[in-house]
Design a binder for this molecule. Structure first.
Ligand SMILES: [Mg+2]
Ligand SMILES: [Zn+2]
Length: 182
C-alpha cells in the first residue's frame, strides 16, 4: 500500500504565534494568520497533518499537562472550525537538562508517529521555525522546511550552507507543496 501524504508541523511559531514567555494558557494560544486555512488546504489535498512540539514549560512548572491538553483541544477545535483535522499532536514535556529522548532535535516522537501512522517519515515535509526542527528532520530523513514566522527569521541566519527550503509562513510553504502535486 502506498504511503499516504503526510506533513509534520512544529507548533509554536508555525501554527500559532510564539512567545519568549511560553504559551501557558488557552488564552495565549493565537493562530498565525493563514495557518489554520493552510492545514485545511493540506487536508483537502489528501495530506494528513501531524504536530510535534517541544513544551518544556511543563517540566519547568509553568503550566500543567492538563492545561497543555486544553491548549491542544483549542488548537484542534480551531483547525476543525476551519475545515481541517490534525491527525496527531505529540509533545515533549521535559526540560532540556532532563536529557530525554523526545525533545527535538531528538527523534522519539517522530518514531512514535511513524509507528502510529504506519508509515516512514523519509521525505515527509517537516515544517518548523528552529534549528532543532531542521536537525530532527535531518535525523529521520524528512524534508526540512523553515518558515520565517516565530523564530524562523533568526534561524534563517544560522543556516549557513544547509540546503533548507525557506518560506515566509505556513501558508506560503503550503502553497508550494500543493503546487508540487498539481
Ligand atoms: Mg517552534
Ligand atoms: Zn522529552
Amino acid at each position: 500500500m502506498a504511503a499516504r501524504r503526510l506533513v509534520v508541523l512544529d507548533r509554536d511559531g508555525v501554527i500559532n504565534e510564539d512567545s519568549g514567555e511560553f504559551i501557558k494558557s488557552v488564552a495565549e494560544w493565537r493562530p498565525i494568520r493563514g495557518s489554520l486555512e493552510a492545514i485545511a488546504a493540506l487536508n483537502g489535498a489528501g495530506f494528513r497533518v501531524a504536530v510535534i512540539t517541544n513544551q518544556s514549560g511543563v517540566g519547568r512548572g509553568l503550566f500543567t499537562e492538563q492545561t497543555l491538553g486544553a491548549i491542544h483541544e483549542r488548537m484542534s477545535a480551531a483547525v476543525r472550525a476551519t475545515g481541517g483535522e490534525l491527525a496527531a499532536v505529540y509533545y515533549c514535556p521535559h526540560r532540556p537538562d532532563e536529557g530525554c529522548e523526545c525533545r527535538k532535535p531528538k527523534t522519539a516522537l517522530f518514531r512514535r508517529l511513524e509507528r502510529d501512522l504506519g508509515q516512514s517519515l523519509a521525505g515527509t515535509p517537516l515544517i518548523g521555525d528552529r534549528l532543532s526542527d531542521i536537525e530532527a528532520a535531518d535525523a529521520v530523513g524528512a524534508r526540512a522546511i523553515l518558515v520565517r514566522t516565530g523564530t524562523g527569521a533568526a534561524t534563517e541566519r544560522l543556516l549557513g550552507n544547509r540546503a533548507v527550503e525557506v518560506f515566509d509562513d505556513l501558508a506560503a510553504a503550503t502553497r508550494s507543496l500543493l503546487a508540487e502535486i498539481g
